[in-house]
Write a protein that binds this ligand. Structure first.
Ligand SMILES: Cc1cc2nc3c(=O)[nH]c(=O)nc-3n(C[C@H](O)[C@H](O)[C@H](O)COP(=O)(O)OP(=O)(O)OC[C@H]3O[C@@H](n4cnc5c(N)ncnc54)[C@H](O)[C@@H]3O)c2cc1C
Ligand code: FES
Ligand code: FES
Length: 457
């Protein structure tokens, strides 16, 4: 569906970006292209899909990195599809106009669509929530205060019901090259038959090939509709997330289990990125600077891989074998990730240091799980990213923390990591940041109230 109208397509590649299709094929030029890599939000549209308890989820996404095949069976709303109950401007558009929240107007449709998704989410209009909801939209001329004023006005507005989109249950193949299986069995057979095909979860990494680089993959296997990969399970002991669960879907559970993840995850990309991106994709991408691996390493996560030969479970630390290399065999997919819940006496912290606060990839990211007994560290696991070719555990640091304390742990960092210089940070800077983060950890443990107060500033 597009703006409430059913759409059937032929003669257009499923690897075309949603943005190109909207603008070039449908003539809907309200959705703009700024960066074509998910950063600026000018291309924001809203996906409407079934959510829990029969409610409709309205999710802002970046059309410049979403491929057409990905939105099959979903309802897409663009700025042209917004209208008020009397057929005139939508209340979000009126609020933007009344707040003088637009100048050149290039960014405005993107802001309007983010505001529309925000207003439909029933969220409060506090400054932090609005800031977070807008982190994926850039404006170069208005200044953000009037936009925030408009967002404040529309927070929690009741919205019109979304069109009902008949759930598609049958698998699909588009153009002989974009496979969208609906069962695990089918996915694994496809994987065996097409080991060169790219596995597409949310596409917030892969979509850049189609959008920014203009070199779309030749073959794609889309994972989002496989029920086993979309499953979330938890009990008192552990949490298991299917590899195609998005950050937005996983966040409530993860934040409840590990509260330190709330600020951390709200800085992972933007809402647009978290609405499509998955933790499975972050792990599968095997970037040394992905945000989730350090956290998952600290939490002692395991990864379950599946193929037609069966499944196998690995500690996550054995999954990363080299720079962007993994233990995944050509016929395997990541099925799920599991992590133990915190046991009594355990605490968990994490930190991300990036050049820009919002919408930026980490220079260094770290996760720590500790058990404190009688004021002493009785057990600890530390995962760090941005310091080596792969995200890694800091085993020398862990030993020093257990036996000698924080000063010795900071001194042990070079034994675990010999980082490289790059434009995000020099080796010396990264080593210093990792040491500073250990100092912050020490203060958090010694003076938790004071540190939390400072971090909230
Ligand atoms: C603007 C922007 C901001 C971003 N900000 C951040 C950030 O702050 N922190 C961060 O860590 N990342 C960030 N990213 C990167 C990206 O959003 C994450 O890496 C995300 O988790 C990727 O998930 P995905 O589902 O979109 O992966 P996809 O793009 O679908 O896939 C990524 C890779 O993983 C592989 N893969 C996916 N699923 C599986 C599976 N089940 N089995 C095997 N392989 C699989 C794919 O084949 C591909 O190689 C950002 C990206 C953009 C565009
Ligand atoms: S064009 Fe910039 S995020 Fe899509
Ligand atoms: S109004 Fe010009 S970029 Fe935002």
């Amino acid at each position: 569906m597009l703006n409430d109208d059913p759409v059937g397509l032929s003669g257009v590649s499923p690897m075309t970006t949603l943005l190109d299709w909207l603008r070039e094929h449908r003539g809907l030029k309200g959705t703009k292209e700024g960066c074509a890599e998910g950063d600026c939000g000018a291309c924001t549209v809203v996906l409407e899909r079934d959510g829990p308890n029969g409610q409709v989820r309205r999710e802002a996404v970046n059309a410049c990195i979403a491929m057409l095949g990905q939105v099959d069976g979903l309802s897409v709303r663009t700025v042209e599809g917004l209208r008020g109950t009397d057929g005139s401007a939508h209340s979000v558009q009126i609020a933007m106009a009344e707040a003088d929240a637009t100048q050149c107007g290039f960014c405005t449709p993107g802001f309007v669509m983010s505001a529309y998704a925000f207003s439909a989410g029933g969220e409060t209009a506090d400054a932090d929530t609005i800031h977070e909801a807008l982190a994926g939209n850039l404006c170069r001329c208005t200044g953000y205060r009037p936009i925030v004023d408009a967002m404040t006005k529309v927070a929690g507005l009741a919205v019109e019901p979304a069109p009902s989109v008949p759930a598609r249950t049958a698998s699909a193949v588009f153009d002989g090259a974009f496979f969208a299986p609906r069962s695990l069995d089918e996915l694994l057979k496809l994987r065996k038959a097409h080991p060169e095909a790219m596995l597409l979860a949310g596409g917030t990494d892969l979509g850049l090939l189609a959008g920014h680089r203009r070199q779309p993959p030749k073959e794609i296997i889309h994972l989002a509709h496989v029920p086993e990969l979309a499953a979330i399970a938890s009990d008192k002991e552990s949490i298991t997330l299917g590899a195609a669960v998005t950050y937005a879907q996983a966040m409530p559970l993860l934040v409840a289990a590990y509260p330190a993840l709330r600020p951390y995850l709200s800085r992972l990309g933007s809402r647009q990125i978290r609405n499509l991106g998955t933790i499975g994709g972050n792990v599968g991408n095997a970037s040394p600077i992905g945000d989730m691996p350090p956290v998952l390493l600290a939490l002692e996560a395991t990864v379950t891989l599946a193929s037609v030969r069966g499944t196998r479970e690995l500690p996550l630390e054995d999954f990363f074998t080299g720079y962007r290399e993994t233990a995944l065999a050509p016929d395997e997919v990541i099925l799920s990730l599991s992590m133990p819940c915190l046991r009594p006496g355990e605490v968990f912290f994490c930190d991300k240091v990036s050049k820009r606060r919002d919408q930026d990839i980490s220079t260094v990211a770290a996760g720590y799980r500790l058990r404190i007994e009688d004021g002493r560290i009785a057990d600890v696991r530390v995962g760090i990213g941005g310091m080596a070719a792969t995200p890694r555990r800091a085993t020398h640091v862990e030993k020093a923390l257990l036996k000698e304390g924080f000063a010795a742990a900071a001194a042990a960092i070079p034994k675990d990591f010999q980082p490289i210089d790059d434009w995000r940070g020099s080796a010396a800077y990264r080593l210093q940041v990792a040491a500073n983060l250990l100092r912050r950890l020490e203060l958090r443990i010694a003076q938790p109230a004071r540190v939390l107060e400072v971090e909230a500033l």
